[in-house]
Design a protein around this ligand. Sequence first.
Ligand SMILES: [Zn+2]
Length: 196
Amino acid sequence: MLFDKPETISLLSCQTCKATGYIGFSKCKECRGMSAGHFDRGNWLFWFYPLTRYHLSLAKARRIFNKVRFFSSIILWLTAWGWGIYFISRNLTINFSLILDPAYWLYLLSTIHGIGAVLFYAGAWILLYLWYRAIVERIKKANVERYHYGEYGAIKEPEEKLEISQWNQTKKIKSKKKINIADTFTDEALSVLGEA
Ligand SMILES: [Zn+2]
């Protein structure tokens, strides 16, 4: 045999909710929504992301809503700045010899007023909001754990070795030792999973 026989992973899967985490619209009482879990290196790794049809369509609707909101904001921003620039440029003469000077730009900003200024600053706010949304939507909520493969064998296995075979045993695990694997997935990854 070329390969070692892989160790069997002791995965605890909830039979009550068939590892979906939910029964109907409410969280499964047996696993408290954790659906499936595995205890390793002192951590309880579980999967808290409802995979029922209802929750998947809800997540899909939320993603569509986010996209609609994103594109409407872009249109609002372009409209605000488009009209803003139109109103501002009507009574503004730009000195092109100073165009590369940041101080000149600050001076120009201080001269804008009226409807042009309102539209310009509204557009700037929408742009900041879009930037914020772009960051939030790409954020991963957690890391599983750092594991240094280079030092494999050198690290001592944690003292804590638990055999979890019942869901009520998970109540005793400290909350910082509980890691939701679904939190480490990006939105795109979760949507692919939902489709599957
Ligand atoms: Zn369950």
